[in-house]
Ligand binder design. Structure first.
Ligand code: DON
Length: 567
């Protein structure tokens, strides 16, 4: 690329001309108040799940107890993302400061193979990687929840599953969003499931309709009575295997019996004196977030202003480079060596940013993965209990309603997480992400994720708990909410509500929510070489911030039915 060589002074003058200062509080929006509570809080994607979690906390349960109860409740009331047929990641911080991360990501079935989605003509069959029985990875959620509870829970598991059983058995009323998404998914649910389920009992669901899920209630009751073996070895396992056989899927009893969640080392980084605790591979989220924050550290983000050209430009250039690294280096750490420490090393990130030009965009075609020096439709909920323990958990079926396969007789949806593998070199997945060797399909391997459940501490004290769904946009949404609080002085709710943008290296475009970047700023960004596209909403962040006086402020994303609750 022909980059004109200008002196720093000239570059500075250009910035002054193109990015005029608007005075104090540049770009800062009006603050939106969030729920504030004294002791404990749950923020989740559904008011009923939030209610279940708050009741557990009031009963003396800790944040992990509440997380288990909320996760099971979401499996009932949020069928498009809450799950027992999927998987996720959890970050837990005990009040003594110990941070643990649990990987309950799905695995490829043992019969999976590298080119299983490449057809005879050499083309990638994304219909098969995204829908139906062969799209499903071996679910990790039930094993993960029980592992978290065995280690850190205090209330009996029965107490934590029962609210979900009751919701499924007695029924719950559909929100407008749920009714509309369910109606949209009905044709696919009917076509990919081999037996009828409660979801397709009606031709059309309306807001306020009560939906009862008796088969799911029975499955959850068996898990309550028999523990995780129920899902991986007993009746529910048999129902999953029978479903796979009817639909020519790959998951066998051996796959289920072999599934294990994994406790992994958290990814730790620092930003402006804060400690950021996230998950490592097989999620790319913690590493990407650490890289993005390190790339912003040298900049006076506050002075540059919220959603102003200079800020957006640097964030996007950081994202472009970080996602290029994701595509090359990241995959299941049990199968490939992911240089996590080298990737999050701030000296490495600063070297990656050394060709950053404040005056123009770097086309993604010119950005390759760096050379780190070796020295490595989803839902999120955030919980803080009265003892100061915190849980940040992101869990998913991948796409909305996952594979659209309801396990016959068991009443729950299976994920379509296989699409998160790189199906062939350079072939984009449902989120447009590309990958290579590190994330190729192999039997038993975990597919690379973007989930970014995060806990932030300041001087050893809990400061923020946050995360979001959104596929490839997850790390950049968490990144923006963090900057909104830390650099732009927004309160938690405003930081979550504020419009967002995203860049992921390929496709080479800034994707923005309508109005996220002002028209005049978009024009300047286009002039310096960025392509901007407007897209539907980005992410659904649920977050909690500890206020200076110790009270908790919730940020529940208005993009969904999300609700904060507490006491
Ligand atoms: O693990 C991942 O990165 C994806 N399967 C997450 C999918 C997701 O967030 C969908 N939600 N909108």
């Amino acid at each position: 690329m022909d980059v004109p060589k200008r002196s720093l002074l000239q570059a500075g003058m250009f910035l002054l001309v193109c990015f005029p200062a608007c005075g104090p509080g540049r770009g800062v929006r009006e603050q939106v108040p969030g729920l504030v509570t004294e002791h404990a809080m749950v923020v989740s994607a559904h008011p009923l799940a939030t209610e279940v979690g708050v009741a557990v906390l009031r009963d003396g349960g800790n944040a992990v107890d509440a997380a288990v109860a909320v996760h099971y409740a979401l499996a009932v009331v949020l069928p498009w993302a809450g799950n027992i047929g999927g998987g996720g990641f959890m970050v837990m911080r005990s009040s003594d400061g110990t941070v643990r991360t649990l990987d309950f990501r799905e695995t490829a079935p043992l019969a999976a193979s590298r080119d299983m989605y490449v057809n005879d003509a050499g083309a990638v069959d994304t219909a098969m990687s995204q829908h139906g029985h062969r799209a499903a990875g071996v679910p990790g959620a039930v094993a993960g929840l029980h592992a978290a509870h065995d280690s850190l829970g205090t209330l009996p598991m029965q107490r934590l599953i029962q609210p979900a059983i009751d919701l499924a058995a007695q029924g719950f009323s559909l929100t407008a969003l749920e009714a509309s998404w369910l109606n949209g998914a009905l044709p696919a649910l009917r076509s990919y499931s081999t037996q009828n389920s409660t979801y397709d009992e009606r031709a059309h669901w309306s807001v306020g309709d009560t939906i009862q899920l008796p088969e799911l209630a029975a499955t959850l009751a068996r898990i309550r009575d028999n523990g995780p073996d129920e899902f991986y070895a007993l009746t529910t396992a048999d129902l999953i295997v029978a479903e796979m056989q009817r639909g020519a899927g790959l998951i066998t009893k051996s796959d289920l019996v072999a599934y294990r969640p994994v406790w992994r080392a958290p990814v730790h980084s620092r930003y402006r004196g804060l400690d950021i605790h996230g998950v490592g591979p097989p999620s790319s989220g913690g590493v990407l977030l650490a890289q993005l924050l390190a790339a912003m550290e040298p900049m006076d983000v506050q002075g540059a202003g919220w959603q102003q050209v200079a800020t957006v430009h640097r964030m996007v250039e950081a994202e472009r480079r970080a996602y290029a690294d994701r595509a090359s280096y990241m995959g299941d750490p049990d199968r490939v060596c992911v240089p996590v420490a080298a990737l999050v090393d701030s000296a490495y990130v600063h070297r990656r940013m050394s060709d950053f030009d404040p005056r123009r965009a770097t086309p993604s075609a010119m950005v390759e993965a760096g050379v780190p020096v070796e020295h490595e439709e989803t839902t999120h909920f955030s919980i803080v209990d009265a003892m100061g323990n915190a849980v940040s958990c992101t869990t998913t079926l991948n796409g909305r309603y996952g594979s659209h396969v309801v396990v016959g007789g068991a009443g729950f949806l299976l994920n379509n997480e296989m699409d998160d593998f790189s199906l062939a070199p350079g072939a984009p997945n449902a989120y447009g992400l590309v990958g290579g060797e590190a994330n190729a399909i192999a039997p038993g391997k975990r597919m690379l994720s973007s989930m970014t459940p995060t806990i932030v501490t300041r001087d050893g004290a809990l400061f923020m708990v946050l995360g979001t769904p959104g596929g490839s946009t997850i790390p950049t949404s968490v990144f923006q909410v963090l900057l909104n609080v830390v650099d732009h002085d927004m309160n938690m709710q405003s930081a979550v509500s504020a419009p967002r943008f995203h860049h992921q290296w390929l496709p080479d475009a800034i994707q923005q929510e309508a109005g996220a970047i002002a028209h005049s700023d978009s024009a300047v960004l286009a002039r310096i070489g960025h392509r901007l596209v407007v897209r539907e909403s980005i992410g659904q962040v649920d977050a909690i911030c500890v206020l200076p006086d110790g009270r908790l402020e919730g940020g529940a994303d208005p993009r969904g039915d999300d609700a904060a609750g507490g006491y």
